[in-house]
Design a protein around this ligand. Structure first.
Ligand SMILES: [Zn+2]
Length: 221
């Protein structure tokens, strides 16, 4: 991967933090590459991260010497790439509202049509497992299923994915916004959930929306 591409990934990491998705060094992101994946290292804040800090590793956890240690959630990223050939980038973070719902173990229903950007009619909860473990990775993969681009990790945070980094970030931001809206509806007595038929219409509209995107950009809705 070129220095320019690594630079784009560091920019995406900083963008994630700037948009309120990650707090301190709690967020991490990765991109699929030919040999496996490129992932953010453990313990570095967005401000301190440089393109050379990104860690190149195989999906089974092998990495060349001389690199920093990868994110402690590398199992989570690798398991998603192994299970889903359609996914090229993964974002994991503890964004506030998504984490509130994850801590209450409440899946997010279709209270807003933009939930379709996640490929799902309901954002599921991946059952709890200790952070950084293969068990947590397996739990997330099962929750996301064959087509989902996101899930909540019980008592932990959120995972979002996409064909490329820009889409994965967009899904993470959309999920946080959906979570905030859902929390708000719960505070005023509960939202009204869209029907399966209404959501099918949204998916059909998304499929023909724009020229290149499978889902609209958040600024195009
Ligand atoms: Zn985490």
């Amino acid at each position: 991967m070129t220095v320019k591409e690594r630079g784009a990934m560091v920019s995406a990491y900083r963008q994630m933090a700037a948009s309120g998705l990650g707090i301190g060094s709690s967020g991490n992101l990765s991109q699929r590459i030919h040999k496996g994946m490129l992932i953010t290292p453990t313990g570095l804040t967005p401000a301190a991260m440089e393109p050379s800090h990104l860690v190149e590793m195989t999906l089974s956890g092998e990495l060349a010497a001389g690199q920093l240690l990868p994110s402690s959630e590398w199992h989570l990223h690798a398991a998603i790439y192994l299970a889903r050939p359609d996914i090229g980038a993964v974002v994991h973070c503890h964004s506030r509202h998504a984490t509130i719902l994850a801590c209450a173990q409440r899946p997010i229903p279709a209270v807003h049509y933009m939930i379709a950007a996640t490929g799902l009619d309901e954002i599921p909860i991946a059952p709890y497992a200790t952070f950084g473990t293969p068990a947590l990775a397996a739990s997330a993969v099962t929750a996301m299923g064959e087509h989902g681009l996101a899930c909540l990790l019980a008592n932990h945070g959120q995972v979002a994915a996409g064909k490329h980094l820009a889409q994965a970030l967009r899904v993470a931001q959309e999920l946080e916004e959906l979570a905030a809206i859902y929390c708000g509806t719960l505070a005023i007595g509960g939202g009204k959930v869209l029907s399966a038929g209404a959501m099918a219409e949204v998916r059909a509209a998304f499929a023909t929306y724009g020229q290149q995107h499978s889902t609209p950009n958040s600024d195009e809705r």
